[in-house]
Design a protein around this ligand. Structure first.
Ligand code: C2E
Ligand code: CA
Ligand code: CA
Ligand code: CA
Length: 274
């Protein structure tokens, strides 16, 4: 009847209003997380084939939520992107990474490098390069000690301007890693057109090694190609010895995964390296 129809409309209105409220609440919580300094950085080692030397660490974002404890980035980074908050948070990540790296250098770990994730929106921001330059100078870090992990998303709209930015980063000595390699639609075309130094083999391909024929073939082929192109390869998500043995045979350069270490908070990572 007419009546039910009306009620239904009202019902949907209320539901919409409720989800709107939830959105606003999350947006507020994330904004407050910035002002209250609730974000923190974890560090996961990247080791050599012997598993003895930590050559680099990937910086991984966490949210110390006042009620829910440590929240993983997959749960909130998409929302930071949605609300444009990835720009200020991304700046904080770069700044805090450089500051902490300097602390470790001063403590004697002169060779340690950090690999920092950069989202496509952050990379596209007009101030991005300038911000990094200022950050390096301010914390007396040289570009060689930093690597940026980018995904295919960075160049979707504008390849020429992406190349220009990447060239500028390389002039500063900063290396560029292509993250989640093989999971996108145009990984190979990216390699051809963009100045990339490092490939990160996605953990979805490492998982099935050595028994899954597809994973094995994809990893082997990627390794051969990377050697031909002079690229450094990092295998991500290495969890066991058979995966490691397979990757070693392919002469992978760097290994990252739970087999060696979980991502660690700053105190635990300091203990590990110092
Ligand atoms: P990612 O860049 O691919 O990072 C690797 C993820 O794999 C991390 O999850 C890490 O904890 C996890 N991992 C490492 N070793 C293993 C392993 O042996 N087995 C398994 N199953 N997983 C492993 P995490 O820290 O939850 O980060 C998830 C994603 O969030 C990252 O994926 C990255 O896309 C994003 N992210 C994290 N930190 C940042 C950041 O600072 N900025 C930006 N823009 N994105 C970030
Ligand atoms: Ca990454
Ligand atoms: Ca990755
Ligand atoms: Ca990933």
């Amino acid at each position: 009847s007419k009546n039910t129809g009306k009620n239904q409309v009202r019902f949907y209105d209320e539901e919409l209003e409720q989800s709107e409220r939830r959105r606003h609440q999350l947006e507020d919580e994330l904004s407050q997380a910035i002002t209250n300094e609730e974000f923190l950085l974890y560090y996961q080692p990247q080791v050599d084939a012997e598993g003895t030397t930590i050559l680099k660490a990937e910086v991984l974002l966490r949210w110390q939520h006042p009620r829910h404890g440590i929240v993983n980035p997959d749960e909130f980074i998409p929302h930071l992107e949605e609300y444009g908050l990835i720009i200020p948070v991304g700046k904080w990540i770069l700044e805090e990474s450089c500051r902490q790296l300097k602390v470790w250098h001063n403590a004697g770990k002169h060779e340690l490098c950090l690999s920092i994730n950069v989202s496509a929106n952050q990379f596209k921001h007009p101030d991005f390069i300038e911000f990094i330059e200022i950050c390096l100078i301010k914390h007396q870090i040289s570009g060689e000690q930093i690597e940026l992990e980018l995904t295919e998303g960075v160049a979707i709209h504008d390849i020429p301007s992406t190349i220009k930015k990447m060239d500028r980063l390389q002039e500063l000595g900063i290396r560029i890693a292509l993250d989640d390699f093989g999971t996108g639609y145009s990984s190979l075309s990216y390699l051809k057109h963009l100045p990339i130094n490092t490939l990160k083999i996605d953990q979805s391909f490492v998982q099935g090694l050595p028994h899954d024929g597809y994973d094995a073939a994809i990893v082997e082929t990627t390794m051969v190609m990377a050697h031909h192109l002079g690229l450094t390869v990092v295998a991500e998500g290495v969890e066991n010895r058979v995966q490691l043995a397979f990757l070693k045979k392919q002469q992978c350069h760097l290994y990252q995964g739970f087999l060696f270490s979980q991502p660690l908070n700053v105190d635990r990572f300091s203990e590990l390296i110092l």
